[in-house]
Design a protein around this ligand. Structure first.
Ligand SMILES: [Ca+2]
Length: 512
């Protein structure tokens, strides 16, 4: 009797899909906590960007209004260091020793773009990168945002199914050409290479990063190709009637959720295939010859893969900020699908099955353990929202700090916690089995006080001390120097800090 009843129910389960047999996860999807296991690293202040509070009106700034909204620090091979303030300045930080380094404006990016919009964390002058041959060709690239209504420019891409009347914001990549690359103030020309449109209420998850693979050498297929972040353009939680829209994801006829890889040179120069904007499609891109796909797509299925980095062996990483539950680091490969909005970490997101964005469901065991393939690529590192809220930049580390060597160093933007995972373990977790991920360990930061005594601190405490008040978010970002050391920045206090080998131990012992 009992057997017959169960059999009778099986077809019902089958037509309802996997969800009816596996209950929604309501909290703490990844129970194991992230703890400190003994890695401690000294952090030192390098230089603080100028105070730009009040530069923008309150409705064109974020709240709380930080000292300077620094997001990226980039070094040139000639030793010059640059940083952006999203309120509109690209600074050159004069070579100096320690506290003598002083920033001055290299380019007034805001002045170049009068339609700029500045009222979100990722807004205004969002990101920049130098061409690997900047020293000779003078080229660098910026990303910025503009208001949509009343904008005289027409976007190269509007999300499928929408028109100009729906456009709320523009997201623009510009190529700048410095007439004299050695000059310490920009003079030259610029060319717009891609302008894309948002149709959601707030400027949420625009393209942010622009990157060149730093391990590519002249002659390599990847050399001189520009990558963008992989961004959902707010189709998750950007607000208004057009957000929370799974139909805008998991498609190859749209740039939504995609990391793009482009040859930034105009087709008028390369005589190659034109992309959406004034750039050339690299024929090595997996979808370059697919008539149903956009050839500039390198990989897709990201919610907000806002930062990219490469290991010395060429392995590419993306930090993808999750929705309400799971943060992830992915190893990125040409043509692969990283799951959003079907997946969040190695879980199913409820929105894909008609539920809400904040819902998670477990994957069927045969998918989770890799016995059955679902065509998606899964993260190699995950953590959930009782540990942090939004994953920050991450970099493979091979620098001077012994405790971090061979690690991938990342953190949480909101909480300001600094984390590491073992690089070898991350590469091993890239095995096609969704449930295998690398463990995470938290780093204890410390400073040396005036007497040389070690004082343990959190990144948030450092920011609060500089600001002289408590802050609601640490706003941690990480940048990498030309020789592979790591810089910590906060959009709250505008300070650029560096992770350094122990300065106290260095005085007394050669080894810590
Ligand atoms: Ca947890």
């Amino acid at each position: 009797m009992r057997t017959r009843m169960l059999l009778g129910f099986i077809p019902l389960f089958a037509i309802c899909g996997i969800g009816t047999t596996q209950a929604q996860i309501t909290s703490n999807p990844i129970p194991e906590p992230i703890v400190k296991r003994g890695i401690a690293v000294e952090v030192q202040d390098l230089v603080r960007l100028p105070d730009t509070r009040g530069l923008r009106s309150a409705d064109q700034d974020v709240a709380p209004s930080g000292w300077a909204r620094v997001s990226y620090v980039r070094d040139l091979r000639d030793g010059r260091r640059f940083a952006n303030d999203s309120r509109g300045f690209l600074y050159l930080i004069d070579a100096g020793t320690g506290n003598n380094a002083q920033p001055h404006v290299y380019a007034d990016v805001a002045a170049a773009f009068p339609m700029g919009v500045y009222n979100r964390l990722e807004s205004g002058f969002i990101g920049f990168v130098f061409h690997p041959e900047f020293a000779t060709n003078g080229l660098f690239y910026t990303v910025h945002s503009e208001i949509g209504p009343g904008n005289p420019k027409t976007p190269d891409f509007i999300p499928i199914g929408y028109g100009l009347k729906d456009v709320t914001y523009h997201n623009v990549i510009t190529e700048w050409h410095a007439t004299n690359p050695a000059a310490n103030t920009f003079e030259g020309t610029r060319r717009e290479i891609l302008r894309t449109a948002h149709v959601v209420t707030t400027l949420t998850h625009p393209m942010g990063a622009v990157e060149f693979n730093p391990t590519a050498k002249p002659g390599d297929p990847d050399y001189g190709l520009l990558y963008t972040s992989g961004s959902d353009y707010g189709f998750s939680n950007g607000g208004g009637p057009n957000a929370s829209n799974p139909a805008q994801t998991q498609r190859l006829d749209s740039i939504i959720t995609a990391i793009l890889r482009i040859d930034p040179r105009s087709p008028s120069v390369t005589h190659g295939r034109k992309g959406l904007g004034d750039y050339t499609i690299p024929m090595a891109n997996k979808f370059a010859s697919d008539p149903k796909a956009l050839g500039e797509i390198y990989a897709y299925g990201f919610r907000n893969a806002h930062r990219l980095s490469w290991d010395t062996d060429g392995t590419m990483f993306a930090s993808d900020i999750g929705m309400d539950q799971v943060e992830e680091i992915n190893i990125v490969r040409n043509g692969e699908n990283y799951g959003w909005m079907k997946r969040e970490g190695y879980f199913e997101n409820g929105r894909w099955r008609g539920g809400a964005l904040n819902q998670l469901y477990p994957l069927p065991p045969e998918i989770l353990d890799g016995r059955v393939k679902d065509g998606l690529t899964y993260p190699v590192v995950v953590y959930d929202h009782d540990e942090g809220r939004s994953i920050t930049d991450g970099f493979p580390y091979h620098g001077r700090i012994a405790a971090l060597r061979g690690k991938f160093v990342f953190g949480d933007i909101y909480a300001g916690r600094v984390f590491v995972s073992d690089l070898a373990a991350m590469k091993k977790a890239d095995d096609g089995i969704p449930q295998t991920v690398a463990p995470i360990e938290e780093v204890q930061l410390y400073v040396r006080d005036a007497t040389g005594k070690r004082v343990d601190v959190s990144f948030r405490e450092l920011v609060e001390k500089t600001m002289g008040k408590s802050v609601s978010r640490a706003d941690l970002h990480i940048s990498r120097t030309r020789d592979g050391e790591l810089l910590l920045t906060s959009r709250q206090d505008g300070m650029i800090r560096m992770l350094v080998p122990d300065s106290g131990a260095a005085a007394t012992s050669a080894k810590r």
